[in-house]
Structure formats: structure tokens, C-alpha cells
Ligand binder design. Sequence first.
Ligand SMILES: NC(=O)c1ccc[n+]([C@@H]2O[C@H](COP(=O)([O-])OP(=O)(O)OC[C@H]3O[C@@H](n4cnc5c(N)ncnc54)[C@H](O)[C@@H]3O)[C@@H](O)[C@H]2O)c1
Length: 302
Amino acid sequence: MTGICTGRVAVVTGAGRGLGRAHALALAAEGAAVVVNDLGVAADGAGASGGPAQQVVEEIRAHGGQAVAHTGDITTDDGARSLVTTALDAFGRLDALVNNAGFLRDRMLVNLAEDDWDAVMRVHLKGHFLPLKHAAAHWRTEAKAGRTPDARVVNTSSGAGLLGSVGQGNYSAAKAGILGLTLVAAAELGRYGVQVNALAPAARTRMTEQTFADTMAAPTDGVFDAMAPENVSPLVVWLASADSAGVTGRVFEAEAGRITVMEGWRPGPTADKGARRTPSEAGETARHLLTKAEPARPVYGA
Ligand SMILES: NC(=O)c1ccc[n+]([C@@H]2O[C@H](COP(=O)([O-])OP(=O)(O)OC[C@H]3O[C@@H](n4cnc5c(N)ncnc54)[C@H](O)[C@@H]3O)[C@@H](O)[C@H]2O)c1
């Protein structure tokens, strides 16, 4: 298989199912050798199974591609470190990391158990940080040895992280945290030849097919299957390839046939008194500025 990722080695976390599976297959179809990571957990993060990762490896090989499975937990230091060494041992290099693994524990905030907060923050936010850290340490070593890489990281956020989502306080906070992490990583790692971007996808997977059954439904024959996860993967493949040179610290939404560059927090109306205000004056100023500001975008589910 040859394409825009020929000769490159990519790691995809949570690639045994859903979007990660589609990304792994698409990367392999464009010539990348792929490390397919998946812990094989249930939709709420419970249990573990090597089956999903192995199955995707077999699919890639059946299409003539190169892949190996990694069934470790990317929220542990051992799991994240061995993910990187698996790529180096199997294929001799690492060019792209796609952070994608995750699960949901949705509850309204007043009912959100501490465990459900911790588990979701851990899998998404720590599950992005640790693979990023170990991949970046490898790339820094390469750069210092005079072999500056042309490396890429693609992180997975969500509309919930961009705008908030009712019933997903834990998930929205973790996915917003991934956006901050992406900006810092892009700024810190550019000097080592690493570009870091984030994606907010939407697609039909076990994460969405019940909650958003109508939006996600597969069409009847012959119509564009807008919510197929495979529609998100082409942007991921391009961001993972050398073709995306110069693109870093950016956030994209990708869903169906649409790609959107998200434009984040930036200063709006402002007023400087040059001195401390009383609380009443601060309120008066804030209300005045709000009349001139863009209205806030609605939170999902509000
Ligand atoms: N489906 C959507 O519309 C949508 C929307 C926004 C964001 N996302 C994000 O996209 C990513 C993929 O979600 P999906 O919809 O494909 O879900 P999915 O449940 O189909 O796939 C996620 C995979 O991650 C794996 N995983 C979970 N914890 C892991 C761990 N600790 N180590 C390794 N693997 C682990 C699971 O076993 C599973 O196979 C997630 O980060 C999700 O939050 C999805």
C-alpha cells in the first residue's frame, strides 16, 4: 500500500473500534505501518480484551498493510512508554501519534460520582498526556542526535470540549483540557520537528449510536453515509503525513463531508480604567462590554 504516509510509522490509541479503527485502516491504506493500540474496554471503561486491537491488525494485514497490536493501557506510564517502544521495535521509527482512546461516564453534575470524574479525566486527559510525553521524549532525542524528525501528533477533543455538553461535565472538562494541552505541546515541541493539532470529530460509533440515534443513523443504499467514522479519517491521515508541514497548534472539527477550522478564545470588547474599580463599577463595565460582545454559543444539550 502506498500513499501520503508511505515510509511513515503511526501509533493510534483506542484503534480497536470506532474512529480509531477507521484512522488506523486509513493510515495503513496510505502506506503507514501502524501500531494499533486498544485495551478493549466496555463503553464505560470496564474490563479489558486484546481482541479488538488484534482484529484491526488482521484487517490491515488482509489489505496488504503493515500493523502490530499493542494492548496496553495508555493511562499508565508503562502502557504509554511501551506503546512508543512497540513502534520502534516493530518498525524502527515513529512519525505520528494519534491520541484517540476514551470512554464516557455521563451524569448531571449533581449526580456525578468522584470515580466517574476521575475515570473520564484519566482516560482522556492523562491518556493524551502520557503517550505524548513518551513520543516527544523520543523525538527530542532524535533531534538532539541530528536526526530532526518530521513528526506529528493528532489529539482528539470533542464539541463537548469546545462548547460544553449537558450531562458531560467530566468529559467536557477533559476534552477542553486536551485543547490546552495541544496548544502547549505545539509551542514546546516545534523546535524538535513535531507538529501538534487537535480534532473534534463526530461519527457513528458505540459512543454515539444510541444517544444520537437519529443523527447517526446509516442511510439507505446509495446515499452518502455522512456519519461513518471513515469520513473523519482523511483529515487525520493528512495531519499525520509530511504533507501537513507548517500546520500546528490548530483545532479542526471534522464530521461527514465537512472540515471546519475552529477559532478559539480571543480578546473581545475590553475597557481599561487604569485604576481599581469598585464591584459596582466592575459590574457596570462588564454589562456594557457584554452588549458589544458576540453572543455565547449554546452548550450542547442546553
Ligand atoms: N463518536 C463521536 O461522535 C465522537 C465525538 C467527539 C469525540 N469523540 C472522541 O473520539 C474518540 C474515539 O471515540 P469512538 O467514538 O470511536 O469510541 P469507541 O468506544 O468506539 O472507541 C474508543 C476505543 O478506545 C479504547 N480505550 C478506552 N480506554 C482505553 C485505554 N485506557 N487504553 C487503550 N484503549 C482504550 C476502547 O477499548 C475503544 O475501543 C474518543 O476520544 C471520543 O471521546 C468521538
